[in-house]
Ligand binder design. Structure first.
Ligand SMILES: Nc1ncnc2c1ncn2[C@@H]1O[C@H](COP(=O)(O)OP(=O)(O)OP(=O)(O)O)[C@@H](O)[C@H]1O
Length: 270
């Protein structure tokens, strides 16, 4: 297969349940009710194989963040289901979902979301503390070394560059060794060169440690680091691109009629 090989599917592969760290089946998500309800997702089925890097793309408002949040257990579907391995998480009460999410899911945000009053080390050990385990200094140092920040443990976020702060956020997301790392526009607040360092780091985590990674991005060049691109439009999965190149992704986004401009999801009575 060439790098430009594409496959168009409306419902992505249905895999063997337990082998897949995250999948969604017929996912619907409405925001609000009645005449002003927004149908952000309108029946998305997708699976993420272990050790793969997937980019989620599509016009602004097409449902990317909603999909990521539902997959990560940060939002609830209106209809359909989300599964982590053999566990359906979409109907779990929050008191059961929260500990599972802390153990099995890592999340990286565009704006880093570090705790400004804490040191780098304290930020990275936070998920371990929240999970109720006594943070092993070794685990935190290893996570920081993996993102190239050994020796910065005692710094505060404000003393670091944007790229370094995002690397701390990645170390924090990976310190629990999650089944899936979700990243919502992780390079959106970074300059191009620094963004590439962060993308190379995510790619290395997939290649070296078999990490499963799912990233929302608007940038075709960023998507070129992934194994697969899912293209959303108007709350639907409209295309999958295997082994994407930046040029191919830019072309497909262009055909969707936008490179990131407004493209609102359906507003209908539900
Ligand atoms: N909490 C909410 N309440 C009402 N509408 C919402 C809410 N969250 C998202 N939406 C709407 O749902 C649709 C999908 O939003 P979402 O943020 O998932 O899209 P997106 O593809 O990530 O957009 P962008 O690229 O602009 O970040 C949009 O029309 C958005 O306005």
């Amino acid at each position: 297969m060439t790098a430009a090989t594409t496959a168009t599917t409306r419902t992505a592969t249905t895999p063997a349940a337990g082998a897949v760290p995250a999948r969604a089946v017929d996912l619907h998500r409405d925001h609000g009710r009645g005449a002003t309800a927004v149908r952000a997702l309108r029946g998305v089925s997708v699976a993420f194989a272990p050790g793969t890097f997937t980019a989620v793309m599509g016009p602004s408002g097409s449902g990317k963040t909603t999909l990521l949040h539902c997959l990560a257990g940060l939002d609830r579907p209106t209809r359909g289901s989300v599964h982590w391995g053999d566990t359906e998480i979409s109907r779990l009460p929050e008191r059961r979902l929260a500990p599972l999410r802390r153990r099995r899911i890592g999340f990286v945000f565009q704006a880093f979301n570090l705790m400004p009053g804490m040191t780098v080390e304290q930020n990275v050990e936070l998920p371990l503390r929240l999970a109720g385990s006594r943070p092993e200094r070794g685990a935190v140092r290893t996570a920081l070394a993996e993102v190239g920040l050994a020796g910065r443990e005692r710094r505060r976020p404000a003393e670091l560059s944007g790229g370094q702060q995002q690397r701390v956020a990645i170390a924090r997301a990976l310190v629990t060794r999650p089944d899936v790392l979700f990243a919502d526009e992780p390079t959106g607040a970074l300059d191009r060169a620094t963004g590439h360092e962060v993308l190379a780091l995510l790619r290395a985590g997939v290649d070296r440690s078999g990490q499963t990674c799912v990233m929302v991005t608007h940038d075709p060049v960023a998507a070129g680091y992934a194994d697969r691109v899912l293209l959303l439009a108007d709350g639907l999965l409209v295309e999958e691109l295997e082994r994407p190149t930046a040029a191919l992704v830019a072309d497909r986004l262009g055909r969707l009629g936008t490179t990131g401009g407004p493209f609102p999801a359906s507003r209908t009575e539900v």
